[in-house]
Ligand binder design. Structure first.
Ligand code: FES
Length: 580
């Protein structure tokens, strides 16, 4: 960690709009003054954009405008000038065909909102799954000083005396309904029990994972990830972040100073320790691609290997985010990694200091929530990267969410050409399938769906569920919700719609999964595989215009983060020409 603060005072980029007495300056200031801002606010103090992903249709972020008021208070206190800017909000539970298709659109829109307007630094007010990576990608591409404030998780859900987690129990209960073990009325009753306060999913799903990633990367104040949305300490943290960003601008502490290779390695190890979402793989690869860090899929396997999963939260474990917070939250996990030699202790954070200095003195208040290493949920909890003739560019599996007995498995493929084919046939009692089979789903990758939907954890056939079977090996080019679980091979690359080997798997082919050996193999000869690939023709729809066309034409594979090829890299934040 070698960060040297820039000299202060100096001229900031916002002064290119607001400084001086030119016609342009009066034009820019004058219109702002219609909101009642006094003249001295334009005197060269840091202008901080509060980039707010609030939306009524992003319910997980529905409380962010209240939080924005606390951020503003902190910015005012530190001598900055806060401006709240609503930005594209890619809601996980609303957007069709999938929010993931709009992560890059949001990142592009937010990047231009940052660069094209008179702000010197940003508070990224995020929460729901895609909002966190999209704004981090934008901040990385502009490299303006930025700090993440997440909305925090919902309170614990309880249904008939049992703890229920967002998403995780939705999958469980829907399987129970299919198996005839739960009534539809009870399912409806459970619905309200899962979402009893504002906030993001209360499991270690993608939202909580990405909040943890932001903290482990050093892009949020220590402790940010786990504070419940409705806890008063969440509002305190928002205010403190407002204060902090003003100093970050004065010091010129930028994302590229913080999000270095070692920071990404810290985040990868953290993801293993918390049993985090496989979606973090794609998002961190994309963020790294924006900030210019050479991060690969193999870094995930290498850095995460041998890191035990010690956070006992659903979907891998038992508890929810509220209990994680009471136990001490992410700082305890980072401390444990540091003690085990698995943390780059000197990595810089938004605090301006080393990550280790923020966590070295924290205490674990509940060893059933943050487990001792000998009681880890998985001894090696890092994301596994599989390769083989079925996934030449890689596929991923989350061991802490998988069934140990299935991690070495050979089975007969039952193939679904796309999600519609799966939905049409999965409940057919005549479907030739049993628990030894391998379910294969095609055309759900970044180009194929389009957008790479969270359908990789496809539900099991009812006739298998009724026999008490709860897991089977499933393989696809899709993603999986961070709240989901199972022996599920995801992100298979190249994807089927791009002509990857997944496209030519046929019913009855034998497939071998060997997690320990990192191998995913389609048991056909090289010559046969080549023959099939040579005669393959694309079957997915190709949009002819609009953003869907842009996405499909330019989206890259899951193995490099599924960003749009022309958006990769850091373009900085030049002030550009004036238009008046
Ligand atoms: Fe928005 Fe889970 S769906 S946080």
């Amino acid at each position: 960690m070698t960060f040297k603060p820039a000299p202060w005072p100096r001229k900031l980029r916002s002064q290119h709009w607001y400084g001086g007495t030119s016609r342009d300056a009066i034009y820019h200031r004058g219109w702002m003054k219609n909101q009642g801002y006094p003249h001295d606010l334009f005197d060269g103090r840091p202008v901080i954009g509060i980039l707010d992903t609030w939306s009524d249709l992003t319910p997980c972020n529905g409380h962010l405008r209240e939080l924005a008021e606390k951020v503003k208070a902190g910015i005012w206190e530190a001598g900055g000038f806060p401006v709240e800017v609503p930005v594209f909000s890619a809601s996980e539970n609303t957007f069709r065909p999938t929010a993931m298709m709009f992560r890059n659109l949001a990142a592009m829109a937010v990047e231009e909102a940052m660069r094209g307007q008179p702000i010197d630094g940003a508070v990224l007010l995020v929460g729901c799954d895609k909002t966190t990576p999209s704004l981090l990608m934008a901040a990385a591409s502009t490299d303006l000083p930025s700090i993440v404030v997440t909305g925090g998780p919902m309170l614990n859900g309880y249904f008939r005396g049992e703890r229920v987690g967002s998403g995780t129990h939705l999958w469980k209960f829907s399987e129970a309904v299919k198996a005839g073990e739960m009534t539809q009325d009870a399912f409806l009753e459970a619905e309200a029990s899962m979402s009893r306060s504002t906030g993001t999913c209360n499991t270690m799903g993608t939202a909580s994972t990405m909040a943890s990633m932001a903290e482990a990367l050093g892009m949020a104040l220590s402790g940010n990830a786990a504070i419940p949305a409705v806890d008063s300490r969440r509002r305190v943290l928002a205010q403190m972040s407002g204060r902090r960003i003003v100093q970050m601008v004065k010091d010129d502490l930028k994302p590229s100073d913080i999000m270095t290779k070692v920071a990404f390695e810290n985040a990868i190890r953290t993801n293993a320790a918390i049993g985090g979402s496989t979606n973090a793989v794609i998002h961190l690869l994309a963020i790294a691609g924006r900030v210019g860090v050479d991060l690969t899929l193999d870094d995930w396997d290498r850095a995460g290997r041998d890191v035990p999963t010690i956070v006992n939260l659903m979907p891998s474990g038992k508890y929810l985010m509220e209990e994680f917070f009471y136990a001490g939250g992410l700082p305890v996990v980072l401390k444990r990694l540091g003690e085990a030699g698995m943390l780059h202790r000197g990595a810089l954070t938004v605090s301006g200091g080393a990550i280790w200095d923020e966590v070295r003195d924290v205490v674990n208040w509940n060893e059933d929530v943050i487990l001792p290493a000998e009681k880890a949920l998985a001894a090696s909890g890092g994301i596994v990267v599989l390769r083989g003739n079925l996934a030449p560019r890689g596929a991923v599996l989350k061991p802490s969410a998988a069934t140990p007995a299935l991690m070495q498995h050979r089975g007969r493929a039952v193939v679904f050409e796309d999600i519609d084919d799966y939905k049409a046939r999965i409940e057919d009692e005549a479907l030739d399938i049993d628990e030894t089979c391998v379910m294969v789903l095609k055309n759900c990758g970044p180009k194929g769906y389009p957008g790479m939907a969270e359908v990789g954890n496809m539900g099991l056939p009812p006739k298998v569920l009724r026999r008490g079977i709860t897991d089977m090996v499933r393989i696809s080019d899709a993603r999986m919700s961070g709240t989901a679980y199972g022996t599920v091979v995801l992100h298979t690359a190249p994807e089927a719609a791009a002509g990857g080997p997944l496209a030519v798997v046929r019913d009855g082919d034998m497939i071998e999964l060997d997690v320990a050996g990192r191998r995913l193999h389609l048991d056909v000869s090289d010559a046969e595989l080549e023959r099939r690939l040579a005669s393959w023709t694309p079957s997915h729809e190709r949009p002819e215009s609009g953003y869907a066309w842009l996405h499909q034409a330019h989206v890259e594979g899951a193995d490099t983060g599924a960003d749009l090829d022309f958006l990769k890299g850091c373009r900085g934040s030049p002030v550009g020409k004036d238009s008046h």
